[in-house]
Design a protein around this ligand. Sequence first.
Ligand SMILES: Nc1ncnc2c1ncn2[C@@H]1O[C@H](COP(=O)(O)OP(=O)(O)OP(=O)(O)O)[C@@H](O)[C@H]1O
Length: 264
Amino acid sequence: MSALESEIDPDATPEPKLQISHLDAYFNDRHVVRDITLSVPQRRVTAIIGPSGCGKSTFLRCLNRMHEHVPGARARGAVMLDGVDVYHPSINPARLRRHVGMVFQKPNPFPTMSIRDNVLAGHRLNGTHVDAPGELVERCLRQVALWDEVKDRLGRPGVSLSSGQQQRLCMARVLAVEPEVILLDEPSSALDPIATAHIEELIEELKERYTLVLVTHNLQQAARVSDYMAFFYLGNLVEFDRTDVIFTNPKESRTEDYLTGKFG
Ligand SMILES: Nc1ncnc2c1ncn2[C@@H]1O[C@H](COP(=O)(O)OP(=O)(O)OP(=O)(O)O)[C@@H](O)[C@H]1O
């Protein structure tokens, strides 16, 4: 959808940023993601919901090729990022992850690194030169609303922060490499309600510039922050639609049963 088209119809679905076709994922013989075809709209939040063990995290980890790092794990199918298949043999997974960053359930700042070095860690690991590291650190920490809280102690260890602050530091680390897509795997499930609210506000702000895919167990959170929702069940995609449509008028009875707490 072009800017002009969105003037005409603000509800029109934006251009897809990621197009996933017939994606299957396995742990050895165990088939845990089954023939998923789904387009992720750009600069929106797409939430992946479903009962425990239905393949949400595995699906997410296929999008930046983290899945294949587990011994015995493999994926089949296509994941197109702006029309380029991330599974093409010439794609370097480490470079892909600069475009498709990830934030995990448990905040994981590098324990031996300072707050400053954690923000710069992606560039250091990739060996990319940063012209003005101080400015980059400040910009990313401001983006995650952490700057004022840490600007006087940038040399302190990242792990000296509270868990909510650590999670925002991890988001700053992802933003520092200027990704286009950010994958969030239950980013606030280890946090208290205030830290969770900060993360949700941040997600709201980030979607102006980034495409976000959020795995969450928390249906209220999905309702608050997501624009689109995919409901997974037993490795299958049952339904994908705008979040308001899924909540008010789901097409599949399994979606409705899940949302109304009949199972899961
Ligand atoms: N490293 C692994 N080795 C083998 N099987 C795994 C591994 N990780 C996950 N699985 C299995 O794959 C299936 C999908 O798991 P996945 O973590 O993707 O589900 P999920 O929907 O994200 O679950 P949850 O909501 O509990 O985090 C589950 O049956 C799980 O037990």
